[in-house]
Ligand binder design. Sequence first.
Ligand code: NAD
Ligand code: DAO
Ligand code: ZN
Ligand code: ZN
Length: 370
Amino acid sequence: MRTRAAVATAAGKPLEIMDVNLDGPRAGEVLVEIKATGICHTDEFTLSGADPEGLFPAILGHEGAGVVLEVGEGVKSLKPGDHVIPLYTPECRECEYCLSGKTNLCQAIRSTQGQGLMPDGTSRFSTLDGDPILHYMGCSTFSNHTVLPEIALAKVREDAPFDKICYIGCGVTTGIGAVINTAKVEIGARAIVFGLGGIGLNVIQGLRLAGADQIVGVDLNPEKRAMAERFGMTDFVNPAEVEGDLVPYLVDLTGGGGDYTFDATGNVDVMRAALESAHKGWGESVIIGVAPAGAEISTRPFQLVTGRVWRGTAFGGARGRTDVPKIVDWYMQGKIEIDPMITHTMGLEDINKGFDLMHAGESIRSVVVY
Ligand code: NAD
Ligand code: DAO
Ligand code: ZN
Ligand code: ZN
């Protein structure tokens, strides 16, 4: 079939809107009509050329929601008409990683996904001239239609609005999951969140959901304060306005340090401050941010000797097919909010404006509606 897509032809260039060819689903695969997709910083990271693993030409986008149109041979868990959210972290429920019960990093299709290909080693996308176009993070939601493996689709309820639940495909689940699955925050905890963007705000609402007593937000941009307070932040700290060192200031503010601290900036200096502002003896610091290629973290080992724990999280530790439908339910039940974070909506033709808004720091989430 032919479909309309925003194609990343080369690093650093705007996406090009064009018709592309899409082959139908093969065994174990599913054709999905994407109804809406968020534009995430990771798409920007790849498009900018900063991602050393970025491949071109490709169809980016990994934060989508849509409807199943057709299933390939052997697909059992999905049928045409089902509403789905694509998963860049699949859940096969059979590999060593899935069966370990210790991680959400399913490895069933890892190597081909990283090469921009379907599990059989080929791409379903091509230009109208027949040249292959690569998939991205196994999702390629910047295409009106896409093909994914069955194990990379979460089936969700049909009354949930696509233009909101697409955000659960990355940002919402990453932030809330970091709190609930990775840190396992308990009622009454004190927490510090560094970075109040699309991920940090979801960490904050995850902390509110978990019953944290103190939720300190740290951001250099004072304009992030109001939205963070709306989602449950109790104290705001702008590092530029702190006299002296940030870490002792935060330790003092939290009565000894955060029980849990989170980096949602991707800045390795901030990651160090997050670790060192965790409570002596038991504080846990979770890295969510993706740092630039080649960047390294450091601290004095004594920080760990004295009981602080450093860990990281991908997709909020969520097992997508199991957890994503539950998060959609939480949204529909009003337990979590999404709508205020979707600050801009546009058609595919205007997708590059979504990237411009992100660069200008004017959006939390831009969503493309097909
Ligand atoms: P964003 O740009 O919307 O937000 C980042 C925030 O950090 C901004 O508000 C900015 O003002 C603030 N900030 C920047 N430098 C700072 C500093 N030195 N001190 C305090 N605040 C600072 O980005 P986002 O969409 O929220 O994403 C955050 C990070 O999470 C990115 O690195 C992204 O790649 C990563 N991410 C990780 C996963 C995962 O699974 N681990 C998933 C999605 C995104
Ligand atoms: O299993 O080796 C692996 C890689 C899993 C990739 C997880 C992605 C982590 C975060 C990237 C940002 C997502 C938008
Ligand atoms: Zn698996
Ligand atoms: Zn993302």
